[in-house]
Design a protein around this ligand. Structure first.
Ligand code: PEP
Length: 252
C-alpha cells in the first residue's frame, strides 16, 4: 500500500511568538508547492495561536509538543485537548524522549494522551526509541516492543488510522548522530510487524512510521527511501526554513 509521507517539525523550546510568526510565514511560502506530502509543525504552546493564524488555509498543520489528557481543572501548567482544538491544533507529539527523560512521561501517560487526543480528533505522533546503552546491550527490540504495546493498550483498529508512530533512537536526537538507513529500516519493519501482530495486515500497512534523530537536508533522502520509513520527525533542522524545505522535498 502506498502511504503518504508525513514530515513534522518539532520546534522544541525555541522561538518567541514573533520569531515563530516569521518562521511560519517563511514556511508557508516555501512549502505550498509540496502537495504530495503531509506537513505539520509543532511550536511551543505560546506560539500556537500566532502560527495557526499564519498557516490558516495552508497545507501545513499546527500541532503541539505535548498535551494533558484531562479536559480542564486543577493541573497547573497544563493545557487540555479542547483548548488546543479551539486554538487550531490538529496534531500532537506524544511521549517524546525529552518528555520521558525530563518530565516523567511514561507509557501509561502516553496511552492516556493518545486516547484524549483521538477523542478530540487530534492526531497523535507517538514517539518510541531506545537509548545508546540499550542499543549496545542489544535490547532495542525489547524496548520498542514495551513502548509500542504500552502506548497502544485499548486502541482499536479503527483508531489506529489516526495514529503515527515515530521511531526516534534517543542517541540520535540532537546529537548529530543518525541511525543508518539500514538500522532505521530494521526497527521500522519491526514496529510494523508488531502492529501487524496486534491488529491486521491492513492496519500495519496503512500505519505511517516516521524516523527522527538528526534528520538533515543531506541525509533525508537516503532515510526516506527505505520501504518502511514514511516520513520524518525533525528537530533542529526544522528551525531553518530552507533546511526543513529540503527535507520535505526529499519525502516522496
Ligand atoms: C526531535 O526533536 O524529535 C528530533 C528528532 O530532534 P533532532 O532532529 O534535532 O535530532
Amino acid at each position: 500500500m502506498a502511504r503518504r509521507s508525513f514530515v513534522a517539525g518539532n520546534w522544541k523550546m525555541n522561538k518567541t511568538p514573533s520569531e515563530s510568526r516569521t518562521l511560519a510565514l517563511d514556511l508557508r511560502a516555501r512549502l505550498e508547492k509540496y502537495t504530495k506530502c503531509d506537513i505539520a509543525i509543532f511550536p511551543t504552546y505560546l506560539s500556537v495561536a500566532v502560527v495557526s493564524e499564519v498557516l490558516k488555509g495552508s497545507n501545513i498543520d499546527v500541532g503541539t509538543q505535548n498535551m494533558h489528557w484531562e479536559k480542564f481543572g486543577a493541573y497547573t501548567g497544563a493545557v487540555s485537548p479542547q483548548m488546543l482544538v479551539d486554538a487550531g491544533v490538529r496534531d500532537v507529539i506524544v511521549g517524546h524522549s525529552e518528555r520521558r527523560q525530563y518530565f516523567g512521561d511514561n507509557d501509561e501517560k502516553v496511552n492516556k494522551r493518545i486516547f484524549a487526543a483521538l477523542a478530540h480528533n487530534i492526531k497523535p505522533i507517538v514517539c518510541v526509541g531506545e537509548t545508546k546503552d540499550q542499543r549496545l546491550a542489544n535490547v532495542t527490540e525489547d524496548i520498542i516492543r514495551t513502548q509500542v504495546l504500552g502506548a497502544l493498550i485499548g486502541i482499536t483498529a479503527e483508531q489506529m488510522a489516526g495514529i503515527t508512530i515515530a521511531y526516534e533512537p534517543v542517541w540520535a536526537i540532537g546529537t548529530g548522530l543518525t541511525a543508518t538507513p539500514a538500522q532505521a529500516q530494521d526497527v521500522h519493519a519491526f514496529i510494523r510487524g508488531l502492529v501487524r501482530s496486534l491488529y491486521t495486515n491492513e492496519v500495519a500497512e496503512a500505519l505511517r512510521i516516521q524516523y527522527g534523530g538528526s534528520v538533515k537536508a543531506d541525509n533525508a533522502a537516503s532515510l526516506l527511501s527505505q520501504p518502511d520509513i514514511d516520513g520524518a520527525l525533525v528537530g533542529g533542522a526544522s528551525l531553518v526554513a530552507a533546511d526543513f524545505e529540503a527535507i520535505v522535498k526529499a519525502a516522496k
